[in-house]
Design a protein around this ligand. Structure first.
Ligand code: UGA
Ligand code: MN
Length: 243
C-alpha cells in the first residue's frame, strides 16, 4: 500500500529548510504520497515549484487555520491542515493505503516507513524527545499493547503523540465519524476515539515498541533582530512593511 504522509506546515522563516530536510528523507521512501497541507490561504508558487522538482507524488493543500482558532491560547496547531488532508482522502474514497501524520519538524528513521506500511488497522510505536520523560509510547506485554507511557496523560484515553501511530485507510473508511477536533492537546485522543480504537486491535511496531524510529525534534528559533535603518535612506516607510 501507498503511505499517505500528511504534513501540516505553516509560513515562517524555518519553513523552507524544514521541508527540504523532510523531503530528503521522503525521497528515500518508495510508494509514498506526500500531502503537504499549508496553513495559508492559497497554494504558494515556491512550494509548488519545490514539490514538482522533487518528483514525488504529492498533493499541495491550502488549509488555513480559521481566524477564530488562531487567536486562541493554546492554539490548535496543524489541525486545520490534518482535517483538510482527511477530507481530501475521503472525497476521493481512497481506501487502499496507510495514513500517517508526520509534522514538518520531526525526524524520521527510514525503517519507520517499512513498519507502518504493514498496518492492518491501527499501529503504534514510541516517539522520542517528548517532554519530560523524553519518550512517549505504548507499553507492550506478550506482543499486546497494555498501557502507555507519556509525560502528560491527563484525561486522555489514548495518551500518544501524533507521530506515534498510523491508520489503515480501509479501517478509517469504516468510521464515517472520523474527525480531528480543534482541541489543543486532545487531537490524537479524540481522533483515535472517533475511529473507535480499542486496545485489542493496536499493532505494536518497532520491535514491540522497544525502538525509537521517530523523534519530536524542534528547531530552535531566535527573536528577530530589529532592523535599524537610518531614516535618510527611507523616503517611504511602507517599503519596510514586510520586515
Ligand atoms: C506537538 C505535536 O507533535 C503535534 O503533532 C501537535 O499537533 C502539537 O504538539 C499540538 O497539539 O499543539 P509541536 O512540536 O509542539 O507539536 O508543534 P509544531 O511542530 O509547532 O506544530 C505541529 C504541526 O502543525 C507542525 O507540522 C507545524 O508545521 C503545524 N503548524 C503549527 C501549523 O500548521 N500552523 C501553526 O500555526 C503552527
Ligand atoms: Mn513540532
Amino acid at each position: 500500500p501507498v503511505i499517505y504522509f500528511v504534513t501540516p506546515t505553516y509560513p515562517r522563516r524555518e519553513q523552507a529548510p524544514e521541508l527540504i530536510r523532510l523531503a530528503h528523507t521522503l525521497l528515500h521512501v518508495p510508494r509514498i504520497h506526500w500531502i503537504l497541507a499549508n496553513d495559508y490561504n492559497a497554494c504558494n508558487a515556491y512550494l509548488d515549484g519545490f514539490l514538482v522538482k522533487l518528483g514525488l507524488p504529492f498533493t499541495h493543500l491550502a488549509s488555513p487555520m480559521p481566524e477564530f482558532y488562531r487567536k486562541k491560547k493554546p492554539m490548535p496547531r496543524g489541525v486545520a491542515n490534518r482535517r483538510g488532508a482527511i477530507q481530501w482522502i475521503r472525497q476521493r474514497n481512497i481506501t487502499n493505503g496507510i495514513l500517517y501524520f508526520g509534522d514538518d519538524d520531526n525526524t524520521y528513521d527510514l525503517r519507520l516507513f517499512s513498519e507502518i506500511r504493514e498496518t492492518q488497522r491501527v499501529s503504534m510505536f514510541p516517539v522520542g524527545l517528548i517532554e519530560e520523560y523524553s519518550v512517549s509510547g505504548p507499553i507492550v506485554k506478550k506482543g499486546k499493547v497494555v498501557g502507555f507511557l507519556d509525560s502528560w496523560v491527563a484525561e486522555r484515553r489514548w495518551p500518544v503523540d501524533m507521530a506515534g501511530f498510523a491508520t489503515n485507510l480501509a479501517y478509517l473508511a469504516e468510521h464515517s465519524n472520523a474527525s480531528m477536533p480543534y482541541k489543543p492537546g486532545y487531537e490524537e485522543d479524540l481522533f483515535l476515539r472517533s475511529i473507535k480504537l480499542n486496545l485489542n486491535i493496536i499493532e505494536p511496531k518497532a520491535r514491540n515498541c522497544t525502538e525509537i524510529l521517530v523523534w519530536h525534534t524542534q528547531t530552535k528559533t531566535r527573536e528577530r533582530a530589529t532592523l535599524r535603518i537610518s531614516n535618510k535612506y527611507l523616503d517611504d516607510r511602507s517599503n519596510l512593511g514586510g520586515l
